[in-house]
Write a protein that binds this ligand. Structure first.
Ligand code: COI
Length: 355
C-alpha cells in the first residue's frame, strides 16, 4: 500500500532480503537494500518523488542515456553510532555537486528538499541495513539519467533521479599499486573531469584494465597536454607526502572536487600538518622517492576512504613506498572515521543526523 509522507509516496517492500546478506563478507556495490528512491522529470518539472521496493526498471531502448551517456551520480555514506543514531557526512556537498555535474551535462537541477527528504525517508526505512561499528557503512548512490525515448543528439526532456543503497565495508582491501599515466588521459581543459559524469568512469576502464594486466589496481592520471603533472586516481583524489609536507593537486575543471579531499585538507590544518595545494610534477615524486623523502602516497574518496599506495610505476621504472610508522594516511582515516561514526567531536559541523 502506498502512503504519502511529506510529499513522498512510499510503497514499502513486503519482505526484506536482509537475512540473506552476509554483512561480514561484502563485495563493494553488489548487494542493495530493500528500497529505492525515484523521482521523474516530466513536462519541465520534477514530479512527486516515490520510494518503492528495489526492483528492475523498464526503459525504452531509445532512452537517451543509452546513446549519449547523459548520466551523473554521487557517492555518499550513512553511518550508525553505538546508540543507533544515523549520520551522513557533509551531504550538502554532494547535493551541490550533483547539480553542478547535472548542469554541465545540460540536465535539470534537482530540488534540495526532495534530495534531503528522499535520503532521510529511505535511510529510516532501510535503517537495519546500516550496521554500527567503525568500518561499516551504507554506501548511497544518487544518480540521474536521461530517459526520454529519442535518439537525436540533444539533451533529453525526461529524466529519472534515483537513490539506491548498498551496505559497504572497504573498497580496497589492502594497499594499492598504481601506474602513472603516460598515454591515455582521463580529462582535459574545458571538459567534464570535475563532474561526476558516468562517462568519466567508463573512459578509464580500458586503460585501467591494461594497468591491471601489469599488476596495478589504479592509474594516477596526469595532465592531458604534457603528462608531467599528477592529477587524480579516478576513484580517488591523491595526496603525496614528502618528508612531513603533504601535497595535493589544486581543483580545476579536470579534477573532481572530492569531499574527502577537502576534509583531509581541513584536518591537516587542524592537526598542524603542512599541506600544499599546488601542481605536482611526476619528476618531483620520483626524485623524492630516490632520495628517500617520499614518505607516503594515499588516495582519498568516499568509497575508498583513505587508501595507501604501496608502489607506483612510471616509464617502466617501479618505485616502492615502504610503510611509515607515523602514517598521516592512517591518522586522517582514524580521525575521519571517528567524526563520521559520532565518536569524536565534530568541530566543523560535518555530521548530519538523520532524525
Ligand atoms: C566514490 O568514492 O563514491 C566514488 O565515486 C567511487 C566509485 C566510482 C566507486
Amino acid at each position: 500500500m502506498a502512503i504519502h509522507t511529506d510529499n513522498i509516496v512510499v510503497e514499502t517492500s513486503e519482505t526484506s532480503k536482509i537475512n540473506s546478506v552476509d554483512f561480514s563478507n561484502l563485495d563493494f556495490g553488489r548487494v542493495f537494500t530493500d528500497h529505492m528512491f525515484v523521482c521523474d522529470y516530466e513536462n519541465g518539472e520534477w514530479q512527486t518523488p516515490k520510494i518503492m521496493p528495489y526492483q528492475a526498471l523498464f526503459f525504452e531502448p531509445s532512452a537517451r542515456v543509452f546513446h549519449y551517456g547523459q548520466a551523473v551520480f554521487e557517492g555518499m555514506k550513512a553511518y550508525k553510532d553505538e546508540d543507533g543514531k544515523t549520520f551522513l557526512f557533509r551531504p550538502q556537498q554532494n547535493f551541490k555537486r550533483i547539480n553542478k555535474s547535472a548542469s554541465r551535462l545540460a540536465m535539470p537541477e534537482f530540488p534540495q528538499d526532495y534530495f534531503f527528504k528522499g535520503l532521510e525517508t529511505l535511510l529510516k526505512l532501510d535503517s537495519e541495513w546500516i550496521k554500527p561499528g567503525v568500518g561499516n557503512s551504507l554506501y548511497l548512490r544518487p544518480f540521474v539519467i536521461a530517459t526520454e525515448p529519442a535518439i537525436s543528439a540533444s539533451p533529453a526532456n525526461n529524466y529519472k533521479f534515483m537513490i539506491i543503497c548498498s551496505p559497504a565495508k572497504s573498497y580496497y582491501n589492502s594497499a594499492i599499486r598504481v601506474l602513472i599515466a603516460e598515454q591515455y588521459s582521463r580529462s582535459a581543459d574545458g571538459g567534464v573531469g570535475f563532474a561526476k559524469a558516468a562517462g568519466n568512469y567508463a573512459a578509464q576502464f580500458y586503460p585501467t584494465s591494461l594497468a591491471k594486466e601489469q599488476g596495478f589496481q589504479q592509474i594516477i592520471w596526469t595532465d592531458a597536454n604534457t603528462h608531467t603533472y599528477l592529477e587524480e586516481a579516478g576513484t580517488m583524489n591523491v595526496f603525496f607526502r614528502i618528508n612531513n609536507k603533504l601535497i595535493t593537486a589544486p581543483n580545476n575543471d579536470r579534477i573532481l572536487d572530492g569531499v574527502t579531499r577537502k576534509s583531509v585538507i581541513q584536518l591537516a590544518s587542524d592537526l598542524g600538518i603542512d599541506c600544499e595545494v599546488r601542481q605536482i610534477k611526476v619528476e618531483e615524486i620520483k626524485t623524492a622517492s630516490r632520495e628517500g623523502s617520499l614518505k607516503e602516497v594515499f588516495g582519498v574518496g568516499t568509497a575508498a576512504v583513505i587508501s595507501p599506495v604501496s608502489a607506483f610505476q612510471h616509464q617502466d621504472e617501479l618505485f616502492e613506498i615502504a610503510d611509515t610508522e607515523d602514517s598521516y594516511g592512517k591518522l586522517f582515516k582514524q580521525t575521519l572515521l571517528n567524526i563520521q561514526h559520532n565518536i569524536s567531536e565534530d568541530i566543523h559541523g560535518w555530521r548530519y543526523e538523520v532524525k
